[in-house]
Design a protein around this ligand. Structure first.
Ligand code: BTN
Length: 287
């Protein structure tokens, strides 16, 4: 018998519709043993999962559990860092916010962005054996383009953290992007040719997040994780432009330290860059 293995026609992908629901997400989480997630709040459409998390905290702070996960199929006002927006169309991406309430100093909250970045890279490795890199502090990059962005927000008094909201946006099944984004954005589908069930990716990211988060909680810094982070960082030894408001300077990015700050070299001396309101990009472009 002459059996020929048929290649899946690209046309078939147009019929792939990945439907998200609370049930889908819960069963993927239980498959990955993500039992630190205490509650899933799913929206077919919402403004922004980070905004939903913050609103839940403002309305009923006691009821917002450590380990609450907000997920949306579509966001109408997806937020990026530094007041930017995050394109969040229905059916194509992962838009989720993990709320945590650790007893840590508010100054450590920004480290969650770096931990989440490592978790996303590990998920890509597991699903696709596909190497991605981190553009410090919050972008995950595939072939020089952004495939994921992370926005960590928190509520705190100077010495007491109320909660951290870690917002993760991943471009998964997009086959194209709006014109203004197409030179800087990519998706898992564009890079691998594979459509993916988002609930499985969500559970995998959270599994790895928990792994790194537990290590962080033991040391309360990134001392154990920084070597791995540095090996994933795309900026290493690149000329970068560090932009803070109206000011900017050029330097060579070197590595992150125990606190997740970026160490850059400028005119032969080392200088620390804190993630706060800073944007770091390649001197000649995005990376
Ligand atoms: C960035 O690229 O600057 C960060 C993008 C973060 C996007 C995610 S999508 C889920 C969560 N909700 C938001 O409004 N933003 C984050």
């Amino acid at each position: 018998m002459n059996t020929k293995i048929q290649k899946t026609s690209p046309a078939l992908f147009h019929h792939f519709r990945d439907v998200l629901s609370t049930q889908e997400i819960l069963s993927a989480l239980s498959r990955e043993h993500c039992n630190f997630i205490q509650k899933v709040v799913y929206f077919d459409e919402t403004d922004s999962t980070n905004t939903r998390a913050k609103q839940a905290a403002a309305q009923k702070p006691q009821e917002l559990l450590d380990g609450t996960l907000f997920v949306a199929d579509k966001q109408t006002a997806g937020k990026g860092r530094l007041g930017r927006s995050f394109d969040s169309p229905s059916g194509l991406g992962i838009f989720m916010t993990l709320v945590l309430k650790p007893v840590i100093s508010p100054s450590k909250a920004s480290m969650m962005t770096l931990i989440a970045g490592m978790a996303v890279c590990r998920m890509f490795q597991e699903f696709y054996a596909f190497d991605t890199h981190i553009k410090w502090p919050n972008d995950i990059v595939a072939n020089g383009k952004k495939v994921c962005g992370i926005l960590t927000e928190m509520s705190a008094t100077p010495d007491c953290l109320h909660y951290i909201a870690i917002g993760i946006g991943i471009n998964v099944n997009n086959s194209s992007f709006p014109k203004e984004l197409s030179s800087v954005a990519t998706s898992v589908f564009l890079e691998t040719g594979k459509m993916e069930q988002r609930s499985l990716m969500i559970a995998s990211v959270l599994k790895y997040f928990k792994y790194y988060y537990d290590i962080f909680l033991q040391t309360m810094d990134l001392s154990v994780l920084k070597q791995e982070y540095n090996s994933l960082m795309i900026n290493t030894n690149k000329n970068v432009l560090v932009i803070h408001g109206n000011e900017s300077f050029e330097a060579v990015a070197k590595y992150i330290d125990d606190d997740g700050e970026l160490i850059v070299e400028q005119n032969g001396s080392l200088r620390k860059v804190m993630s706060g309101e800073v944007s770091v990009r390649g001197v000649y472009g995005y990376v």
